[in-house]
Write a protein that binds this ligand. Sequence first.
Ligand code: SF4
Length: 373
Amino acid sequence: MVAAAGAGGDVGLQPRVVSGGRVGLETRADLAVHGVRMTAPVSRRAGAGPSDDGHVVLAGRGVALPIVPTSRYEVAGGRLLFDGTDLGVPVEPVRRPRFYDLRTADGIPYEKIARLHGRDVLATTVLQTCVRYQEPDRCRFCAVEESLRAGATIRLKTPEQLAEVAEAAVRLDGVRQMVLTTGSTAAPDRGARLLVPVVRAVLDAVPGLPIQVQCEPPADLAAIGELWAAGATAIGIHVESLDDAVRARWTPGKATVPLARYEEAWAEAVRVFGRNRVSTYLLVGLGEDPDELVAGAERLIGMGVYPFVVPFRPLAGTLATERDGAVAPDPAVVADVTRRVAAALRAAGMRGGDQGAGCAACGACSALPEAGG
Ligand code: SF4
C-alpha cells in the first residue's frame, strides 16, 4: 500500500476568488487535483502524459484538466463554475482536430499515431511498450501500455508515419510544437536512439517545427548529442522524484538507475542543448518532503534544468489507483510548492516558454504558468 498523499477528495475545497477573468494559482491547483465536470472533444484514457484529462483553453491558456464527474467545478456555457457559481473565467474546450479524421495509406487512423495536447502540441509515445512495465519494476503511476491494450494506439510508430501526421497536424490544426516520448527498452540507450530518425523525418516534412524528445538517461551519453544533431529543440529526462526512498517505492525499475546517473545525463544535456532546454518532471504528492522537493528543484535550476512540477494524479489503469488506493495531494501543498519553484525559476531567468518545445513550453499539465514559471 502506498501512503496516501495529502488530503484528496473534496474536503476543505472552497470557492476561490478570481480576478480579471484569470485563474489564480490556488484555483489552478484545485482544478489540477479535483478536476472538472465537462464534455471535452479532446481527451483520452491511459497511456503516457495527461490521460483521463480534457483539454481546454482556460482564460486564454491551454490546460489539461482531469475529468471528474463528481467535481464541484464545472465547465458549462463557456464559463468555469464552482457549485453552480460563475467564477468569471472563460473556458473553451479544445475542438477535435481535423487530422484525427485522416488515415495512413495502410488504414491506420492518425489519432492512433499521435495526439493533440493542449491546443497546439502534437504528442506521441513512439514505442508504446516499456521494459519496466512488468512488476515489480513498473512505475506505480504509469499506464503507458493500457492504451495499447485498449486498441487506442499502435505499438511502434515509424518515422514515416509520424512525419505524415505531423505535416497534417501543422497544416490543418495549427500545431506549433511536438513532443516525442518513448517507453524504455533494454538497449543501452534505453530507447533514446529510436527517436533520432523520427526527429529527422518530422523535420524533413515540417522544417523548423520545435520538437522535444523525452527519454531515460542513456547509458551511452552520446545518444543525447545524436538527438540534438538530428534537430531536437529540447530534451526531457524525467526523474519524477529526487528522494531515493520515494523512487524505490514509486518507480522501482527506474530507481535502479542512480540519481548520479540522472545528474550526468542532465549535465550532458545542458552542455549539448543549452541552459533551459532540458527539463525533468517532479511529481508533488508521492510522500516526499515539500521543502526537500523545492530545494532539489532549486539545485536543478542551478544546473540549467527546468523542474516541471506537477501534482501526482491517481489515474485509471495504474497500480497506484487500482492496487494502492493512492490519492491526489492536497491542493494547498501543490500551490505552495509550485509558487516557490516558480519564484526560483523567475530568479534564474528560466521561463517554460523559452524551452521552445515540450511540457515546460506547453505548461498545460502544471500550475507553474499561473505562478509565473
Ligand atoms: S504539459 Fe506535456 S504532457 Fe501535458 S499536455 Fe503539455 S505536452 Fe502534453
